[in-house]
Design a protein around this ligand. Structure first.
Ligand code: FAD
Ligand code: PYC
Length: 416
């Protein structure tokens, strides 16, 4: 009988879902793994999947303190784009974009990847100069990118206030047509199911409390439920990366900030693209369910509480209403925060460390969801070969010693 038919759903409800087909196993940890990935978010799960699929390493555990995809993967606003300024970053994010374009098929899982386009608005002459520079750089890197006039923006987004006397006049925008959104939970679930099918153990509700190192080599992880041995350990813990680094006396150039978002009650379709304004620290899209998905800028203080302050919500909503007066009477349903790990150059760290067999993938700040498949792909290669993947090399830790920083503050959709 088809488990997913209406009748199947009814039958499972009556049997309290006891015979429900499990999407992945729930194994007890083995004593030793070739690779342990700390962090069961999208990036960690993608890393495990590509390690198994492309490098033939299947004796892997993903160790997650909560539930799979319950961190920033579940909390982000799902925007995907690759229009970064500098060559190194543009190549990394475009690598991810190309993977996104075939990912539902590859994982045999509907990620609801929707290339509905992403607009980054310009409200001042300087915004427009920056936009033109970035669009030119994108095109030189073979990334689809256009500068749109006010009229073109208005045609794309009729509900946007483009009047010349608007509080935030729209002078134009950058437009990446291949950008868009993907269903965040599905991304975690799709990678989790595919990794599980390749033999990866997904171990939830098991916080890593220490990383064991002997003679400069990693030996495994201490967890709430005991020690698990490993020849290699990859840390992919987003806002908690600094905590993991401190376990081995490493100091990473990271700050952890709250970043907030919110959704409205569901509405009829009124916005079929993504509109971002770095200038006002606010952006909006409409989910397939109809909710308006609205995001804010980071809260300036540091913290690990997965919530933020009301002043940020207030200023974001004020700006959103200036830009979209039509939504002024819409009710908000929920708001939440995630903890993002920000780097001084607004670029990630994908790197070996001075400790043998220990690797970090972190620092994606406000913008790592879009990179999920690319990040996992290049990190898996870095771990498997104990050598940086060519696309990951510029993002090694040594850039903070050599000074070869990659300043992507201008392309970060949400300043950090
Ligand atoms: P996570 O999903 O956070 O995974 C890390 C996992 O590590 C967590 O599940 C956590 O529980 C686990 N962990 C931590 N410590 C331990 C431990 N000691 N032991 C075991 N497990 C541990 N990016 C975009 O590109 N587009 C967007 O639109 C976007 N919007 C955002 C909106 C908000 C409100 C937020 C908060 C972020 C947004 N981002 C966006 C950023 C994006 O969400 C992150 O960069 C990305 O999801 C990071 O993925 P991850 O898998 O590394 O992290
Ligand atoms: O990086 O595009 C982005 C982004 C959108 C919302 C948060 N980050």
């Amino acid at each position: 009988m088809n488990h997913y038919s209406g009748f199947g759903l009814f039958k499972h409800a009556l049997s309290y879902h006891e015979n429900w087909q499990k999407v992945w196993r729930n194994p007890l940890p083995k004593k030793h793994y070739d690779v342990i990935i700390i962090g069961g978010g999208g990036h960690g799960l993608a890393t495990a999947y590509y390690l198994a699929k492309e490098h033939g390493i299947t004796n892997i555990a993903v160790v997650e303190k909560g539930y799979l995809g319950g961190g920033n993967t579940a909390r982000n606003t799902t925007i995907v784009r690759s229009n970064y300024l500098w060559d190194d970053a543009a190549k990394l994010y475009e690598h991810a974009m190309k993977l996104w374009e075939g990912l539902s098929l590859e994982l045999n899982y509907n990620l609801m990847f929707s290339q509905r386009g992403v607009l980054n608005l310009g409200h001042t002459l300087q915004d427009m100069r920056d936009i033109e520079r970035r669009v030119n750089a994108n095109r030189l890197n073979g990334i689809d990118s256009e500068v749109l006039s006010t009229k073109e923006v208005q045609e794309l987004v009729p509900i946007l206030n483009c009047a010349p006397d608007a509080r935030y006049p729209v002078l134009g925008a950058s437009w990446q047509k291949r950008g868009g959104t993907a269903r965040h939970d599905a991304v975690a679930w799709g990678f989790a199911r595919a990794a599980d099918q390749l033999g990866v153990d997904l171990i939830q509700q098991n916080e890593v409390t220490g990383i064991r190192v002997v003679d400069g080599m990693v030996k495994g992880v201490e967890t709430k439920n005991g020690f698990i041995g490993a020849s290699k350990v990859g840390c992919v813990a987003a806002g908690h990366s600094g905590e993991l680094a401190r376990m081995v006396n490493l100091s990473l150039p990271l700050e952890s900030h709250p970043l907030q978002a919110m959704v409205s009650e569901p509405l009829k379709p009124c916005l079929d693209t993504v509109v971002m304004s770095n200038h006002v620290h606010g952006y909006m899209s409409q989910s397939d369910k109809g909710d308006l998905v609205i995001g804010a800028g980071i809260d300036g203080y540091l913290g690990y509480g997965q919530r933020g302050s009301f002043s940020i919500i207030e200023s974001t909503i004020a700006a959103i209403i200036e830009m979209f007066p039509i939504v002024s009477r819409v009710r908000l349903n929920r708001h939440w925060g995630g903890i993002v790990d920000t780097c001084p150059d607004a670029c990630p760290i994908i790197s070996k460390t001075p400790i043998g067999g220990l690797y970090f993938n972190c620092g994606w700040g406000t913008g790592g969801f879009k990179a999920t498949p690319g990040s996992g792909h290049v990190f898996a290669s870095t771990i498997a070969n104990d050598h940086p993947h060519p696309l990951a090399k510029p993002f090694s830790l040594d850039r903070f010693i050599t000074g070869r920083l990659i300043d992507e503050h201008g392309a970060a959709g949400v300043a950090h």
